[in-house]
Design a protein. Structure first.
Length: 230
């Protein structure tokens, strides 16, 4: 999930390439109510010059503020929303923005594809929810395409007389910061014969589990490096 920034010759993640695309396209304000799926994007908002992030405590405020700002500024505003329920909370004002032909670019985080099969509490059909209220909807599958998709979302929003657009960004990360904190105690617990008795993990199972945990820790460390090195 990394791109190479040609101008600087350095590696960046998909979130940063999307934020840079927004800024280059004239979108310099993002009204946000993010969740865990969007933390990489939040870090990029803070890291990229030219983007101002405005935090709101409710998605209806996010979308209403974006609508009002875009009308007054005469250029698109961005929102950052958390999954389908976050989008749903802001749809009333996106309806108003659509009726007024206001250019609003909505960035909506979604679960990673490998997580969808577990039917988590906030899993939903985000595209289906967005289509009645947005004139352009797309799910960006990976870091290589997210900048291009972001540019197309801006272009669609600015198509006269103006349009509400929705770009859904998958949290394609093998890297969950919480995962090591769950895995390591679990490996230790299930490998303890005193606690597990006959159900204790075999040496082979424990070995494989520690290898997997090590890989996850490595990629988490790499992600932290890319986020905080600036």
């Amino acid at each position: 999930m990394l791109n190479r920034h040609a101008a600087e010759g350095r590696v960046m993640n998909g979130a940063e390439s999307l934020v840079r695309t927004l800024v280059a396209g004239g979108v310099d304000v993002c009204f946000a109510n993010p969740g865990t799926s969007e933390m990489h994007f939040v870090a990029a908002l803070d890291r990229v010059e030219g983007m101002r992030c405005v935090l709101a405590l409710f998605e209806g405020v996010v979308t209403g503020a974006a609508d009002g700002y875009a009308r007054m500024a005469g250029k698109p505003a961005a929102t950052l929303l958390h999954l389908g329920p976050g989008l749903a909370n802001g749809l009333a004002n996106l309806h108003n923005a659509g009726k007024a032909a206001t250019p609003v670019v909505n960035i909506i985080g979604d679960h990673a594809t490998y997580h969808r099969g577990y039917d988590a509490p906030l899993t939903s059909d985000i595209e289906g929810a967005a289509r009645p209220f947005c004139g352009w909807v797309r799910t960006s599958p990976d870091a290589r395409s997210v900048a291009k998709d972001g540019a197309e979302a801006i272009a669609a929003a600015m198509t006269p007389p103006g349009k509400v657009t929705a770009l859904i960004v998958l949290s394609q990360v093998i890297l969950s910061f919480q995962l090591p904190f769950a895995m390591i105690p679990l490996i230790q617990f299930t490998g303890d014969r005193a606690k597990m008795g006959t159900l204790v993990n075999s040496r082979v199972t424990k070995g494989v589990a520690w290898v997997v945990a090590g890989v996850i820790l490595f990629f988490n460390g790499e992600l932290l490096w890319f986020i905080f090195r600036g």
